[in-house]
Structures are given as structure tokens and as C-alpha cells.
Design a protein around this ligand. Structure first.
Ligand code: ADP
Ligand code: MG
Length: 476
């Protein structure tokens, strides 16, 4: 029976619609056009490379499932990407990309020691005759060292990670314990270490696993009476990377089995890399003997990136994706989202998606709207840095001067205005505001606020400055 590609895709969409949010559906599935169906390969047209990658990264499993349902296990999906080649000819041409189904395969073939499926897991690096364990390392190639921007915030962790990658098991950093709050690059660094090791030592068995997955595997092993296999499997790994070990807390049995695996690996000179959202000393619900092991090697934290690092991260991402954005937009993003790189990236991606779908160029205005929506739930406030920037731009002064101790009259006034807005629009303490504005104390900030208040009552030009600035600073 011949199937009609339009109908097939329509059926797929019906399922997809039920499985993604309305917004996601509109953004990512509405613009897709089915093109043909040949030999069980459905070809769909997507608006850009970026689009294709996004689908593959976020919806590959869903697409796979729906397609299997429609076309059977043999069903395949192929993308046709519209390439805008604005220089030479204006009409778009398309390129075909088979799906990187490796990802989907990857997801399924993550090492499952207790089910004994390792024979069907492909590992291109296995050297015949060595009977090494064949597993998928479960590493995301995008999370490389090359893509991990270095900044003051991650210097120690990053270089320790690099040292470990160069000499797994051969440094004092064993385990390497990376900690920091959410969205700051722990997982990225953990993958980078694995990728680098694999590149240098293809024969080594590297495994990245989240603590949740480890726990689930263990629970299954208990159910199936295969705890021994489970332990043995993990003891054969050369480089074990466990992400987010804070989830082990309160799980005594899992901690117990991990403790033995840890000891075995450590004694045999294998490398262990762990990440968590807090340092070992602050972990609750964790066995003492395990915590003390965590402290054997090096604990390195990752902190919130500075403004420069945030800009550098955005620029790197844009460069990789081949996207250009006005400088003011990049700066606005970097100024607005300060404590979570994942959110920063998310905002960038939404912006690009919005503009590529609406064929609108990305302006500061669009960026402001987007960001406001994006961070609505996180009770956003403008940052002192952003206030300083806007004030300096307005009076055409270099921001360094405002942050310096200079007492030049026009600088003093701008600084007072920045302090005034910082007090009014942020939750920062007077002391903190002073610190940001030329290292002044809280009394100076208080004085500044009074001066500005007085002036705005008596000086109508001054009041106009304040009104202008207030407009610029308020979001939207
Ligand atoms: P965590 O595991 O700490 O919650 P992730 O490693 O998942 O954070 O990082 C969140 C996102 O931010 C990822 O997409 C990651 O690539 C990106 N990221 C984090 N730090 C950096 C950095 N220094 N350079 C480039 N990208 C980064
Ligand atoms: Mg993580």
C-alpha cells in the first residue's frame, strides 16, 4: 500500500501535538513541510541548519517514535534544509541530511550492564582480541574543552579537568570533584574531560553517567538479582564520570555499592570524576566514609561568570552557530542574565528562533521583550552593572571612570544617579552598591540618594535626565 507523505506527516503531527507544549509545536513543527516519502524514508523540509539541529537535539526521540508508529521499524526520516545563500542567488537551495540517528541509538544503547545487551552496542574503538568492554561512553561531542570558555569563574576546575584528561588516574586529582550551582558548566566540563581522554586514548573505557541513571540501574540490578554484574561492570571502567552525585544523598544502598566501586577503581589507578551542586562538606544525607573519599583528590568549584565571560560565551555560541547579532543585543543579554549560563543560552536560542521564524531582525526591543518573558519566573531585577552602563551611555562617559574613585564633578553626578537607581531598582544593600560604584561606603550611597531626590525636586533638567533614564532602564 502506498502511503501519502502529506498524510503520514499529518498523522505524525497529531501525535507530536499531544506530546509537546503549544509554544514548542508552533515554533518547531508548524514550519516543517513534508516533501516526499520514498522507500520508507520521509523527507521533511526545515527552514535552517539551526532548526534541524534543534529538532535532532530535542525531539529526536519523539520523532523516532511517531515515525515508527506511522512507517514501522524501518521508517526513516531525512531532513532537507533550506540554505539561504544571499550573496549569489536569492532563491534558497536545499541540502539533504540524513538524521544523525546515532543520537537516538546512543540514547538507547547507554550501557545497561544488567540487561547484558552490550553485544549490540557499537563501539568503534574496540581493539580486536583485547576483549575490552564495549560501551557507549555517552559523551556529547559539543561539550568539548574547545567549546568551554575559560574565565576566572572556572579557571581552577577547567585546568584541573584538563590535567586529568591528559593523565587520567595519574594526577593527584583523583577523584576530581567539580561543584557549583546549576547551569554553570559542570556537566559540560565533565563531558569535556571524557571527550579529551577518549581522543587521546581510544582504547580506554570512559563512561559518563548521571547519578540518577546509576541509581536506577542499581535498583533494577537489585530487582533482577544482578547486583554482582552491576558492580563488576562498573569496576571495569577506566574513567568513570558521575554527574550530580548530590542525588545519592539519602540512598544508602546506592551509596554503599558506589563506595565499593569507588574503592576498587581508585586502588587500580582508574580516574574518577564527580560533579555536585555543593562541596563535600555541605552535603547532607551522605555517608561519612563516602564524603571523606570525595575529599581525597581535588575539589574545584565553578562560580558565576563575569560579564566579560558571559559575553565571550555568547559570542562563541554565535560563532559556532554562524549567527550575528547586534552588539547591544549581546550586551543586553549578558547584562540581564547573570547567574545561569543555561538560561543565557536559552534566551539566545529563543531570540534566534523568534527572529528566524518571523523573519524579523533582532533588535534591542525584541531582545527586551523576549528576555522579560524568559526570566519572568525568576523575579528579575536590573543589575547594578546594567544601570551603570545605561547611565554612562546616556551621559557619554566611560564606565571605568564611574567605577573609579575620581571626584570630577560630572562623574560624581553620574555616579550618584547610578547609585540612586541601584537603590531604587535592585535589592542590593547600600554597601554593595557603594562597592560597585567606586568603592564607596554605605553613607556615601545614602547621601547620593538624598542629593538626587533633592535635585529632582528643584531642577527640571535634572528631572528630565532621570525620567529618560528610568524609561531606558525599565524593561519593555
Ligand atoms: P551544570 O551542569 O553546571 O548545570 P551545564 O554544564 O549543563 O551546567 O551548562 C549549561 C549550559 O551552559 C551548557 O549548554 C553549557 O555548554 C553552557 N556553558 C556553561 N559554561 C560554559 C562555558 N564556560 N563556556 C561555554 N558554554 C558554557
Ligand atoms: Mg549538570
Amino acid at each position: 500500500m502506498l502511503k501519502d507523505y502529506n498524510q503520514v506527516w499529518k498523522n505524525c503531527l497529531t501525535i507530536i501535538k499531544d506530546n509537546v507544549s503549544e509554544q514548542a509545536y508552533k515554533t518547531w513543527f508548524d514550519p516543517i513541510k513534508p516533501i516526499k516519502l520514498e522507500n520508507n524514508v520521509l523527507t521533511i523540509q526545515v527552514p535552517s541548519q539551526f532548526f534541524y539541529e534543534w529538532l535532532e537535539e530535542h525531539f529526536v526521540n519523539l520523532l523516532k517514535k511517531t515515525l515508527t508508529k506511522e512507517l514501522g521499524a524501518e521508517g526513516r526520516l531525512e531532513y532537507s534544509i533550506i540554505m539561504e545563500n544571499s550573496q549569489r542567488n536569492s532563491s534558497p537551495y536545499t541540502v539533504k541530511v540524513p538524521p544523525s540517528s546515532s543520537k537516538a541509538v546512543k540514547n538507547r544503547s547507554v550501557a545497561m550492564p544488567m540487561t547484558g545487551t552490550s553485544t549490540q552496542i557499537k563501539n568503534p574503538f574496540v581493539i580486536p582480541g583485547l576483549r575490552k568492554l564495549q560501551i557507549d561512553s555517552n559523551l556529547n561531542p559539543n561539550y568539548s574543552f574547545e567549546n568551554l570558555i575559560e574565565g576566572e569563574c572556572n579557571r581552577l576546575a577547567r585546568s584541573a579537568g584538563y590535567a586529568v584528561a591528559k593523565k587520567p588516574g595519574g594526577t593527584a586529582f583523583n577523584p576530581l570533584f567539580i561543584y557549583g550551582s546549576v547551569g554553570l558548566g559542570k556537566t559540560h566540563l565533565a563531558h569535556a574531560i571524557g571527550i579529551e581522554i577518549k581522543e587521546q586514548n581510544p582504547e580506554k573505557t570512559v563512561l559518563y553517567v548521571t547519578s540518577e541513571k546509576f541509581t536506577h540501574q542499581f535498583i533494577d540490578a537489585v530487582k533482577n538479582n544482578t547486583v554482582n554484574d552491576f558492580s563488576h561492570f562498573y569496576q571495569l571502567i577506566d574513567v568513570l564520570i558521575i554527574d550530580d552525585v548530590q542525588f545519592f544523598s539519602g540512598k544508602e544502598k546506592t551509596q554503599d555499592v558506589f563506595f565499593h566501586i569507588f574503592n576498587h577503581l581508585h586502588q587500580t589507578g582508574k580516574q574518577i570524576v564527580l560533579t555536585a551542586d555543593k562541596p563535600p562538606v555541605e552535603m547532607q544525607g551522605m555517608e561519612q566514609r563516602l564524603l571523606s573519599r570525595f575529599k581525597w583528590g581535588l575539589s574545584a568549584d565553578i562560580q558565576v561568570p563575569s560579564l566579560e565571560t558571559r559575553v565571550a560565551i555568547l559570542e562563541k555560541k554565535m560563532y559556532t552557530d554562524g549567527i550575528e547579532l547586534p552588539k547591544e543585543v549581546v550586551e543586553y543579554l549578558a547584562y540581564s542574565i547573570t547567574t545561569n549560563i543555561r538560561e543565557l543560552e536559552g534566551a539566545l536560542i529563543s531570540l534566534i528562533a523568534q527572529s528566524s521564524l518571523n523573519k524579523k531582525s533582532i533588535t534591542l526591543e525584541l531582545a527586551k521583550k523576549m528576555i522579560d518573558k524568559f526570566v519572568k519566573n525568576t523575579a528579575r531585577e536590573v543589575s547594578i552593572d546594567y544601570i551603570q552602563k545605561v547611565v554612562c551611555d546616556y551621559f557619554d562617559l566611560p564606565i571605568e571612570l564611574l567605577k573609579s574613585k575620581t571626584r570630577k564633578r560630572e562623574i560624581v553626578q553620574a555616579r550618584q544617579i547610578a547609585m540612586y537607581f541601584a537603590k531604587k531598582m535592585t535589592k542590593s544593600s547600600l554597601a554593595n552598591i557603594g562597592l560597585h560604584c567606586g568603592g564607596k561606603d554605605h553613607a556615601t550611597v545614602l547621601h547620593a540618594c538624598r542629593t538626587v531626590n533633592n535635585l529632582q525636586e528643584t531642577d527640571k533638567h535634572f528631572r528630565k535626565y532621570l525620567d529618560d533614564l528610568e524609561k531606558k532602564l525599565s524593561i519593555q
